[in-house]
Design a protein. Structure first.
Length: 432
């Protein structure tokens, strides 16, 4: 079956680019203190070999490394030095490094990682913090995407673009370089470790990559659902995402005001043990509210007094139509309309086929479902069913722009596209 007839597909495809790389430690989630005895021995063998080189040879080797990798990364020498400093805890007592020895040692404990070599998918869209210099009726946006590289490790990357008054979407060119942030603080909190990170303000947003930092995130930061949250006139961009360590998952929260500095915090409570939480863009009756799926099948309305602890919840939506018989989930944060809260949903049907639908929730009491999709808004096209995970369309968040919904979505967990939908047309498809 084809897409809904009112869906305006932009044919603006965002595909993974294996040429975009970051430098990472050999074991991205392993701190030096956690190296096992064999790994520590091998690390010290490398140090001994570098120290055994005469200074002229050291300089020649370092120059060769720079010639090979300069232009692919920012501040390589500083990166090498920082990596050597990180490894000191694993090194046995040794002679003092010269500056060039330290840089060369650091280079041996790094590797390039093509962070989006396999997939670029599950997008989420919010307004850009800077809306200056635009034509009337246009809006600049930030698009977040889940990038997957070697070993199926997921990270968070970004694009920017502009939506015209008529709903046309343009994506800004992606810069060649890619960089991970500097960790500026680590704080122990009740649910685990909270981390603050920061990029250089001179770096393009498309250069910024948030790679797993804590052990809980070691195998992936997955499916960030961004929302522009307003409280007493102050705006903050939040994103709920899934932290995956290779064996288990939990929900965490990212927050930023400028997409330069970010805080990543683990969420506490029974609900945070699952994935797919979407935060409302404002408080409801003085409390934070989310849509979540803690039983892996149905959608619940959940409240919190402090934003970081989530328990309980009230079931509001479950599988009803054949295209969602297996399970339902949310496709991002609810969008506020005059008519109510528009909640995009995904459903899983026969042969694990994913599709995107919608529901309308009461604005004063979101536990009341006013209407929902009998048929999907978006389903896999016959020509686009092949990819990393066949028969899947998925989004982590859309945005209202004038009288339209701008919907970025992923295809087959491989690449992403955009569609726009007139709000009036969408609402007419929902049944009470």
């Amino acid at each position: 079956m084809s897409q809904a007839t009112f869906l305006n597909r932009q044919a603006l495809f965002l595909r993974p680019d294996s040429s975009r790389v970051v430098v990472r430690p050999f074991k991205p989630a392993t701190e030096p203190r956690d190296l096992n005895p064999t790994e520590k021995s091998r690390a010290n063998h490398i140090v001994d070999r570098v120290l055994a080189l005469d200074l002229e040879t050291t300089e020649i080797l370092l120059a060769d490394v720079l010639e090979n990798f300069e232009g692919r990364h920012r501040n390589l020498l500083a990166t090498f030095e920082n990596r050597a400093a990180e490894m000191e805890e694993a090194f046995a007592p040794h002679a003092n490094f010269t500056k060039k020895q330290r840089q060369l040692v650091g280079a041996y404990f790094l590797n390039e990682y093509s962070f989006e070599a396999s997939a670029l998918f599950n997008p989420s869209i919010v307004s850009h913090p800077d809306q200056s210099g635009l034509e009337k009726g246009s809006r600049r946006f930030v698009l977040s995407l889940r990038a997957v590289g070697e070993g199926h490790v997921s990270s968070l990357t970004f694009r920017t673009g502009v939506i015209a008054a008529d709903g046309g979407v343009d994506i800004d060119p992606t810069v060649r370089l890619a960089s991970t942030p500097t960790v500026t603080a680590r704080t122990s909190v009740a649910a685990g470790e909270q981390v603050d990170v920061s990029f250089g303000s001179e770096q393009s947003i498309s250069e910024r990559v948030i790679f797993p930092i804590t052990p809980a995130q070691s195998n992936g930061i997955e499916d960030a659902r961004f929302v522009e949250f307003e409280d007493n006139g102050e705006k903050t961009f939040y994103a709920t995402y899934t932290a995956y360590n290779g064996m288990g998952i939990r929900s965490e929260l990212l927050e930023t005001k400028d997409f330069v500095s970010f805080r990543l915090s683990p969420l506490a409570g029974t609900v945070a043990r699952n994935k797919g939480m979407g935060l409302f863009p404002r408080k409801i009756d003085g409390r934070y509210a989310m849509i979540g799926r803690q039983d892996s099948e149905n959608l619940y309305l959940i409240y919190s007094d402090d934003l970081y602890t989530w328990n309980g919840g009230q079931l509001i939506l479950g599988p009803k139509f054949p295209w969602e018989f297996v399970q339902m989930g949310n496709c991002g944060s609810p969008i506020e309309l005059d008519e109510g809260w528009l909640l995009l949903t995904h459903g899983v049907g026969a042969v694990r086929k994913y599709a995107i639908g919608a529901a309308l929730l009461d604005k004063q009491d979101p536990s009341k479902v006013l209407a929902r999709s009998r048929e999907p808004l978006v389903r896999p096209e016959p020509s686009e069913r092949e990819g990393y995970v066949p028969n899947v369309v998925y989004t982590c968040g859309a945005m209202r722009h004038n009288d339209q919904i701008v919907l970025p979505y992923a295809i087959c967990d491989t690449f992403s596209n955009f569609s726009t939908i007139k709000i009036a047309d969408l609402l007419r498809t929902l049944d009470g």
